[in-house]
Design a protein around this ligand. Sequence first.
Ligand code: NAG
Ligand code: NAG
Ligand code: NAG
Ligand code: NAG
Ligand code: NAG
Ligand code: NAG
Ligand code: NAG
Ligand code: NAG
Ligand code: NAG
Ligand code: NAG
Ligand code: NAG
Ligand code: NAG
Length: 708
Amino acid sequence: MPFSGFALAVLLLSIASHAKPCSDQEKSSLLRFIAELSWDAGLAMSWRNGTTSCCSWEGIACDRDGVVSEISLPGRGLHGLISPALGDLTGLRRLNLSHNSLSGELPWEQLLSSSSRLAAIDVSFNHLEGELLELPTSTTHGRPLLQVLNISSNLFTGEFPSATWKDMNNLIALNVSNNSFHGWMPSSFCITSPSFAMLDISYNRFGGRIPAGLGNCSALKVLKAGRNQLTGMLPDELFNATSLEYLSVPNNGLYGILDGTGIANLRSLSHLDLGGNRLNGKIPDSIGELRRLEVLHLDHNNMSGELPPAFSNCTNLITIDLRNNYFSGELTKVDFSTLINLKTLDLLFNSFTGAIPESIYSCSSLNALRVADNKLHGQLSPRIVNLKSLIFLSASFNNFTNITNALHVLKDCKELAVLIIGSNFKGEAMPEDETIDGFQNLQFLSLSRCSLSGKIPLWLSNLKNLEMLLLHNNQLAGQIPAWIKSLKLLFHLDISENNLTGEIPADLTEMPMLTTENTATDLDERVFLLLVYRGTSFEYRVTTAFPKMLNLGRNNFTGVIPKEIGRLKSLAILNFSSNRLSGEIPSQLHSLTNLQVLDLSNNHLTGAIPVELNNLNFLAEFNVSNNGLEGPIPAGGQFSTFTSSSFGGNPKLCGAIVDRPCASAETNLVSTLSTEWKDRWFAFVIGFGAFFGVGVLYDQIVLSKYFG
Ligand SMILES: *[C@@H]1O[C@H](CO)[C@@H](O)[C@H](O)[C@H]1NC(C)=O
Ligand SMILES: *[C@@H]1O[C@H](CO)[C@@H](O)[C@H](O)[C@H]1NC(C)=O
Ligand SMILES: *[C@@H]1O[C@H](CO)[C@@H](O)[C@H](O)[C@H]1NC(C)=O
Ligand SMILES: *[C@@H]1O[C@H](CO)[C@@H](O)[C@H](O)[C@H]1NC(C)=O
Ligand SMILES: *[C@@H]1O[C@H](CO)[C@@H](O)[C@H](O)[C@H]1NC(C)=O
Ligand SMILES: *[C@@H]1O[C@H](CO)[C@@H](O)[C@H](O)[C@H]1NC(C)=O
Ligand SMILES: *[C@@H]1O[C@H](CO)[C@@H](O)[C@H](O)[C@H]1NC(C)=O
Ligand SMILES: *[C@@H]1O[C@H](CO)[C@@H](O)[C@H](O)[C@H]1NC(C)=O
Ligand SMILES: *[C@@H]1O[C@H](CO)[C@@H](O)[C@H](O)[C@H]1NC(C)=O
Ligand SMILES: *[C@@H]1O[C@H](CO)[C@@H](O)[C@H](O)[C@H]1NC(C)=O
Ligand SMILES: *[C@@H]1O[C@H](CO)[C@@H](O)[C@H](O)[C@H]1NC(C)=O
Ligand SMILES: *[C@@H]1O[C@H](CO)[C@@H](O)[C@H](O)[C@H]1NC(C)=O
């Protein structure tokens, strides 16, 4: 042992001493580089501590002659400017400074000077800014070595250089995504660089058409240009780039039809994303020739017609996303049974008719199936249990029938976590059959807008993993069952617009998720396989993105609001509106410090508005209109932000806001907040309300629409 240890030491020593040290000149260039950093995260210290040869400095590598060939310092927390002195390292082949906080301009003229040998530059994920100017032609000689340039996720602006690329005949990959470049999309590299394989310009402001010149890129494998302002059709020439494997141009202004002959040329294609454009026409039959296709996004276009039966030849498909188009016809035209790799089928918002084709039930890999907002009908097939991996099923807003059958077949889908089937089963009765058990992983259930009669059924109490339950817009009668509190993970309950009666039970105030700050942490993102929409621009995959909510509005509840309501400390939205509640507003509501929306309007509430409600710092929407409330409206605090519409229809309320002065004795009771406090609250609340409050209410409308 001691001997081999010694031998190793000798060996290492001899290697070290035989490696040529770097030149003083190179060392000084590196030191100038580090000197330009405003924060080097201990790098200078480590370099100073190290050996005298800069070749063994952290992040530096040299070639055999002791010439610095690589600087690799990604994710080191570096701040400051990139020194042009790096251009003096004439043997540098690779420069990787990605994921730092570097700012200022990229000294690319120095880096790519005529003596430069740089083959790879990666400065992605920094704060670099300014324009990337055309390089002067005098430096032409040096540049051909550049293969990889990644300047993505910075703050670059201006037009993108075009002439510069003409000389770079070794270029392979160019990633300029996530900057603010505008002007024409670059295209000239392919003329000179036969091996050009990857272009990513997504997340910029490039405009105009996709240049025909890309058709000359015979080695191009990846083209990503999503989220720009591109228009026009896919150029015919592009279909000559037959090496393309990944073609992704979503969220632009492309229009026209998908050319069948053209697209069929791209036989290597595994990923095609043209979602969020203005394409029209059909999906061409030739799609079936794309045997390697795995991912297809044509969502959010104006496409129409039937699905081509040839789809069944694309046996490698994993994702089909056709949502928000005008596709029609019977889905049974396609034999889905060959698509054994299919994991996601999303047909939301189209006009498909007929039944869900039986062949879908052979897609045993299917995780997510969404056929919501179509014109499908019929009963769910018992074969749906063959979809052993099904986690997400959304079929709302169709014309499916027999809810008893639907629940009986779905209860055995063991993985099912999200089930959204509202706005079907019109006028049927809520099954109250005890044999509906199963649903062992169900976390989200929406059965809203079905006009279901009956009661809130007992079988729901078996759904121990349920976190969100939407039963609104039905005709359910009877009381809120006491077992509701046994749903230990339930945090979002909407039973509004039913015909529920009785008092608000104290059991409701014992719901574990609402009385604690707990969030359902074991609820994983896994279940929201498809984006569920709240509002127009926000898309959520996690149920934790939904507020803790109790919506009991528009029912026939009577009696008083229980004082125990104060236990629901973590509630964000409380809606008891349009019932027949009486008695006073319990001051205990002030304990609900997370409350953002409180709606008690259209009841028979009496007495005063508790002044303590001023504590509710997050309250953005407040409505007690159309009750029998009296006395002064609390002044200041959150109340400064509410308008008279929050209080209307209460003839005995007084205060400036309803233009009805209070007797002076009354006012004194409520002016508990100093003016200074009022001002502070006001500023806070305006900011918060503008940011959040509007969103919440608006979202509720959209939420109910999309969840059906
Ligand atoms: C520099 O070297 C000294 C002594 O070897 C050591 O204590 C110190 O931790 C080193 N500092 C850095 C930043 O590596
Ligand atoms: C730069 O380093 C990052 C982090 O290690 C790595 O992901 C990236 O691939 C590197 N860039 C190049 C061009 O090798
Ligand atoms: C930058 O792009 C190059 C070329 O595609 C790639 O090799 C490198 O990994 C990218 N860098 C990061 C940090 O992703
Ligand atoms: C380009 O860089 C971004 C990060 O800025 C990365 O997300 C993307 O995957 C890269 N593009 C390609 C094609 O590798
Ligand atoms: C764009 O860049 C910013 C800042 O580096 C980063 O936070 C963000 O994730 C990037 N976006 C994409 C889509 O890569
Ligand atoms: C493709 O390359 C050829 C030969 O270099 C050139 O003549 C032609 O104009 C290029 N096509 C486009 C559309 O740029
Ligand atoms: C595609 O390439 C073929 C053969 O190289 C050529 O004849 C044809 O004109 C090209 N098509 C387009 C649209 O550029
Ligand atoms: C699938 O491909 C085969 C072979 O090319 C062809 O004969 C068949 O018609 C295709 N199927 C469909 C449904 O288009
Ligand atoms: C739903 O089906 C019923 C009975 O088949 C039919 O009367 C009704 O028009 C359908 N509704 C829609 C929206 O297709
Ligand atoms: C509805 O489904 C149940 C259970 O599968 C079945 O017994 C019943 O006959 C079905 N009703 C209709 C009208 O098809
Ligand atoms: C409430 O009950 C009354 C009488 O019992 C009935 O007329 C009314 O329609 C019910 N309201 C709702 C919303 O169901
Ligand atoms: C609501 O329930 C009451 C009493 O049970 C009944 O009189 C009324 O008709 C129901 N209203 C509706 C809309 O179902």
